[in-house]
Design a protein around this ligand. Structure first.
Ligand code: AGP
Length: 609
């Protein structure tokens, strides 16, 4: 969703802000803008569309040099994407960028209008700008004015603000929307997200909710929720700038799929000791696990699909009942939550508003909360009792790939950990189950990547269709759901995932000559049944693509195309199939000429409910 970057230092801020905005593009946006200090006050340039439009505008309107400024990519919530609705929003005294939503903006707007304030845009953000401005006109003190305004604002915000009378300074505040301060050799930064500053520094301070801060080229002042000055240490981010670039790949998505073998190795490293999962560093103790009677896994989208994989692993290994739920449904249906229950939140970004809200509800009800998160220090990570980091590195493409794979890996390990601690599996059984994860998965994923070209050839047939089905049973049904989401989000082909045995209860009426059906079969114990379901659709003229393990004995003529992946014991072939269907979605979208890394209407981290 929206992105913020701000810089104050001893270099021209304009190219720095633009490069930060490009690094934030992946979050999804429909307009962008910057405000910088000019000789006679603040200069703002903002425009609907791509950041290149903003660059063109800046270039065509003359030379712009300023050592301090703020920038923003907007993903429309209040008011259509347009030049006037894009950020920064400005008054005579200040210019402001905002991530989040001002929930009581309508009331505040009325109040300001009744005092004679005129508005240019339809946004909630302009209300914040004008409210702060009103307070500033009274006290002429930016921090005081900001604090006064914040008392009136309900909702979520990360603000970056510059005041005409305070050149070289950037004022910030955050609540329920991430914001960090970074420090580098050329100056200081604010940003909503790490990739925005990685080109210049890896030293960051993540602000807490209700913090305010002021940065200048050589100082950082942070104030806590009570307004007291607060000293914070900078942390060093291990992500490098290179890892947040395409490194020669056509798209981030493809690069990230190719990073899966390494991401798996990193994620399991140090977490398996003598063949036994070990999450002691994360604080997951036997005492806590022994008490767990029920597990709730809550997440959104792809992360929720990894949660379904987790259900299969946990119920299979640990025999503890698991409910998996979409976060946006969970909190509004008055779920039955008992104190001894465990709550697992899965989230790549760690900032998904629905998942965060569900986590807060679980905490309120006294559940033991564990999050599986990819972004260190993110809100979900910080608000959980324990956090298990997936070590996938930054995921830039909107479509989640490597993060999903390592979420599944963590769920597999966690399931074994719970089973072992709960004495549901012996040491030997657990060791047998971790062995292929340690010795095979990464290598076999590399094998799958090796036939990316073959997958691309199969996609030629798919690229022409507008509808298709994915079917599977058991864990293969969980995979089918993710395969279907992946394909539709980037190729815009309508696809549905069905439990293979369920088609005949209604939906098979849609299968006619040429309908494309992709069947997934990694579980040999279910193959016979899945095979019958494939025959049912084949008999009605379907064009069948089979994704299966190479242990499956596929009868002649059962499918039209086949993508065979290496079999790995313990349900781990699923990871190879996931890699294959991610390539399948990628190549299909590429053949259709889609904007793969930034599909329409989507944002990388969904920070609104
Ligand atoms: C994945 O391809 C999607 N873009 C989306 O479903 C995503 O997984 C979902 O929004 C959850 O995000 P999170 O993992 O950052 O919480």
């Amino acid at each position: 969703m929206c992105g913020i970057i701000g810089f104050t230092g001893q270099e021209n801020s304009v190219p720095i802000l633009i490069s930060g905005l490009y690094a934030l593009e992946y979050r999804g946006y429909d307009s962008s803008g910057i405000s910088v200090f000019g000789e006679d006050g603040i200069i703002t340039k903002k425009v609907k569309g791509r950041i290149s439009n903003l660059e063109d505008k800046i270039l065509s309107e003359g030379n712009l040099y300023s050592e301090c400024g703020i920038g923003h990519t907007r993903w429309a919530t209040h008011g259509e994407p347009s030049d006037v609705n894009s950020h920064p929003h400005f008054t005579e005294n200040l210019s402001l960028v905002h991530n989040g939503i001002i929930e009581n903006y309508a009331v505040l707007k009325k109040e300001l209008q009744s005092e004679g304030t005129a508005f240019l845009s339809e946004t909630d953000t302009e209300v914040a700008a004008r409210l702060i401005d009103r307070e500033y006109l009274i006290c002429r003190d930016p921090l005081k004015a900001l604090n006064k305004a914040l008392k009136k604002i309900e909702g979520s915000y990360a603000f970056g603000i510059i005041f005409r009378e305070y050149p070289g300074k950037i004022f910030t505040a955050r609540k329920n929307s991430p914001l960090l301060i970074a420090s580098g050799s050329i100056g200081n930064f604010i940003a909503s997200d790490i990739p925005a500053i990685l080109k210049y520094t890896n030293k960051v301070i993540r602000l807490d909710d209700y913090d305010t801060a002021v940065i200048s080229k050589d100082s950082v002042e942070i104030y806590d929720k009570d307004g007291n000055a607060s000293t914070r240490e900078f942390e060093e981010i291990s992500w490098s700038y290179e890892i947040a670039t395409k490194s020669g790949y056509d798209h981030f998505m493809l690069k990230e799929i190719f990073e899966e073998p390494e991401a798996v190795l990193k994620t399991i490293s140090g977490r398996i000791k003598n063949g036994i999962p070990n999450f002691s560093a994360e604080g997951i103790s036997s005492e806590r696990i022994e008490k767990v009677g029920r597990i709730h896994i809550v997440a959104c989208g792809t992360a929720m699909h990894a949660g379904i994989m987790g259900k299969y692993f946990i119920e299979n290994f640990a025999r503890i009942p698991v409910d998996v739920e979409i976060a946006s449904e969970f909190r509004y249906r008055n779920p039955i939550l008992n104190k001894g229950d465990m709550f697992i939140a899965l989230s790549q970004s760690g900032e998904t508003a629905d998942t965060l809200a569900a986590l807060r509800l679980a905490r309120e009800k006294g559940l033991y909360t564990v999050s599986v998160v990819n972004v260190a220090g993110s809100s979900i990570a910080r608000e959980s009792d324990e956090v298990i980091y997936t070590l996938a590195g930054p995921e830039i493409a909107v479509a989640s790939t490597k993060a999903y794979t390592v979420q599944c890996v963590v769920m597999y390990l966690l399931a074994l950990d719970i089973a072992y601690k709960g004495k549901r599996m012996t040491q030997n059984e657990v060791m047998l189950a971790t062995e292929p994860l340690v010795n095979e998965v990464s290598m076999r994923l590399s094998d799958v990547l090796g036939f990316s070209g073959y997958v691309s050839d199969i996609c030629r047939r798919i690229a022409e269709c507008e509808n298709m089905f994915f079917i599977g049973r058991g864990i293969d049904y969980a995979l089918a759901m993710e395969a279907s989401l992946k394909l539709k989000e980037i190729s815009y082909i309508n696809s549905e995932a069905y439990a293979a045995g369920e088609l005949k209860h209604g939906t098979i009426s849609l299968v006619t000559e040429g309908t494309v059906v992709a069947a997934i079969a990694t579980d040999a114990s279910l193959w016979e049944k899945t095979c019958s379901n494939i025959k049912e659709v084949k008999a009605r003229g379907a064009y069948v693509i089979l994704f299966c393990g190479d242990n499956i004995d596929v009868p002649e003529g059962i499918c039209d195309s086949i993508i065979k992946v290496p079999h790995i014991d313990g349900g781990l072939s699923s990871l190879c199939v996931a890699c294959a269907f991610q390539l399948f979605a990628y190549h299909t979208a590429k053949l259709r000429g889609c904007d793969i890394d930034k599909p329409r209407n989507l944002a990388k981290s969904v920070t609104v409910e």
